[in-house]
Structure formats: C-alpha cells, structure tokens
Design a protein. Structure first.
Length: 165
C-alpha cells in the first residue's frame, strides 16, 4: 500500500496562551517520532481568548500535513492523539489485503475494550466513593427512583429524621 497523505487538525484549550503553543510543539514532536509517521509541514495558530468561557481560557489549533506508512499507522495515531479532523489527501482509493483489514479491526477493537474497561472502572470507583461519603455522613442511602419528584423527596427526608431519632 502506498503512503497515506493526510491533513490533520489538533485543537487545544487551556491557559496561559504561551503554554498552549509550547504544548502543541511538544505534542507535534511526539507524533513525528511515532513509527510509520512523517510530519511534512505544520502550522500552529496564535491562541485566542474564548469569549463565552466562565474563566479565562484560550484556544488554538495546529494544522499538520503528515504521511503515514499504512492505514494501521494512521489509525494508531488517530486513537493515540485524537485529532479533531482528519482529511485523507491521497491515495484516492485504498485497497487492503485481508491481513491489513484484520490488523486494523483488531487494533480498533482493542482500543474500544480499553476505553470500556476505563469507563467501567470509573463507574465502580464512583460508587465506592459515594458509599464512603454516605458512611461518613451517616446518611441513609437513597435510591434514584425515590427522588423523582418533590413529594417523594419530602417523604425521604422525614424518614431520615425519624431514623436519626
């Protein structure tokens, strides 16, 4: 398969504005060192203040022209660095062999499983923290179904008071 020429856009939000440019430079340097990735050209735009933000935040973006050895290299970079936009410039058509498609799909599935594992771990951690907080507050656990309307909330509060007495 021929090299895949792409245009990538990476966006960044934060502060201070000087830090954003430095971070993008380090970020692009890291991407360029990946196996199967060659950065041809890059341009980092000046950070601009986000007007509607509640706190002082700046946003900037980098436009990057990069060549990838193959579809697997492109997919790895897409998942690892999460560009906000990917445009394949060439080739116009991509023909894949069976083993290339298998490799691509397996990489995709592995990444999805890792994100799923992370999300499930965070949910479990959240439940543990909620339980510990309830223990510390010496509160009676309240199921979400019990607080659907205000009348039910009042009943729950009354029952808590009775249990404390």
């Amino acid at each position: 398969m021929a090299e895949i020429k792409t245009l990538l856009i990476f966006e960044l939000l934060g502060r201070p504005p000087e830090h954003l440019k430095e971070t993008l430079l380090l970020f692009l340097d890291k991407i360029g060192k990946e196996t199967g990735v060659k950065i041809i050209n890059s341009r980092i735009n000046e950070p601009k203040r986000v007007e509607k933000a509640q706190q002082e935040l700046y946003s900037t973006f980098a436009e990057v022209e990069a060549d990838f050895k193959d579809l697997t290299s492109l997919m790895r970079a897409a998942f690892a660095y999460m560009p906000s936009h990917i445009e394949v410039i060439s080739p116009a058509e991509i023909n894949m062999k069976n083993f290339e498609l298998n490799s691509f799909m397996n990489e995709l599935v592995i990444k999805m499983h890792r994100y799923d594992e992370l999300a499930k771990g965070l949910v479990i951690e959240k439940h543990i923290l909620e339980s510990k907080l309830q223990e510390k507050m010496n509160a009676v656990p309240v199921k979400q179904e019990e607080t659907k309307d205000k009348a039910t909330e009042k009943k729950v509060k009354k029952s808590r008071k009775k249990k404390k007495e």
